[in-house]
Design a protein around this ligand. Sequence first.
Ligand code: FAD
Ligand code: SF4
Length: 460
Amino acid sequence: MKVAMTKTPVREQDPRVRRRNFDEVSLGYSLQEAMQEANRCLQCKKPMCVTGCPVNVQIPRFIAALKEGEVEKALQIIRETNNLPAVCGRVCPQEEQCEKRCILARKGESVAIGRLERFAADYFMDAEASQENPAETNGKKVAVVGGGPAGLTAAADLAKLGYEVTVFEAFHELGGVLVYGIPEFRLPKALVKKEIEKLKALGVKFETDVIIGKTILIDELFENGYQAVFIGSGAGLPKFMGIPGENLNGVYSANEYLTRINLMKAYDFPHSHTPVKKGKRIAVVGGGNVAMDAARCALRLGADEVHIVYRRSEAEMPARREEVHHAREEGILFDILTNPVEIIGEDGWVKGLKCVRMELGEPDQSGRRRPVERKGSEFVMDMDIVIMALGTSPNPLIKSTTPGLETTGWGGIVVREETGETSKDGVYAGGDAVTGAATVILAMGAGKKAARAIHEKLSK
Ligand code: FAD
Ligand code: SF4
């Protein structure tokens, strides 16, 4: 059988339209398109794609079911190992994980595993919640700190094993970065809510607006009868450059900017309670997914010009290629090899961004070529908002209130890689709180690993 060497195309909103709305960019596959794409899978005897997935989704098995049009069976297979398939199908960097190892990728394009996963999850999105039932309880209580992908995955796996799990979340909503970071046009919030409803059906309890380390301490959780604690508190503390002008009005961290827009619905102000400044000329400093998301949100809020300002070249940008491509299609401007040195203000508000041009020198510790300033290349761009998207690190609150919990110099919780065990007995951790800002699926993989280790310890 001759196999097509390119993926079945997916329909997308027209860039000229979508640049001004928050509706989802990708429209996903129809059943017919999904079956056509599933037909490209070679059903390898030793499927390398599975080894590329941090939660080991049984990819050839679920695709074989899709090939026959058996969508429900496909979803059941995915759900054996992945509790958030609609999320992963949309935001996993598949090109670096499962799809990278697909044998078809050697000569053409891999099977569109992410799109197929999304299709199967969406197909039963409304029907499926009632199908999850709580397992019989074993009477043992486990606390989970943080309702992001790491915490939700650990909670679901433990609940399935019969543990009485309570998730404590600092915000009023669950989902972590899935609700406060990644924008609606990439990951609709109604869909994240529905995925979380399915976890509730497993019997997991949720307590929102509870800050562990402030409202309750980790040690107090043990005093209250919890026999193990999983920390999945993420990395929500933004970094700044330390350049003059960062305290001006109109300077945001991407974290604050995106939280205002996504979680607090600032785009709907005054119908919502939280405002955000809607500028006309906006600079976003950084080259990752967070920078692309902030820039594309700024455009959708009505900006005339949005610039990505990045000190290395495009090849070094950590953002997914697809996100860079979508941003460019929508009209985002890229100032690469450009580094800000000062934010210029007037009457306390941002007026411009002073930058220098860079060129690439020798590779640095990260293996990427180090950007070096070109002498005398200083210039100023008129801007009324500057958004810093330079990465984040873990909030120090839990570390400072939990005696015996070892962390690294930058604040990451130290764990044993195979189990997620921390230096404190009975306390496990995973996700961005351990690795620093990473990916949804790595956080989920860490949650799974820790759930297994907690079960092993508590069932002795
Ligand atoms: P989080 O998602 O950060 O969740 C941690 C949760 O813990 C939060 O809800 C927080 O409120 C809560 N919390 C923190 N401290 C406490 C406390 N003391 N008490 C109680 N609760 C607490 N990854 C991808 O794979 N693909 C993408 O396309 C992608 N895009 C991204 C875009 C943006 C804008 C951002 C910011 C990140 C993106 N990521 C992406 C990264 C990904 O979202 C994270 O790696 C992932 O969410 C980490 O999961 P987590 O559960 O460890 O932490
Ligand atoms: Fe690929 Fe992510 Fe699905 Fe795993 S969860 S198969 S990495 S899309």
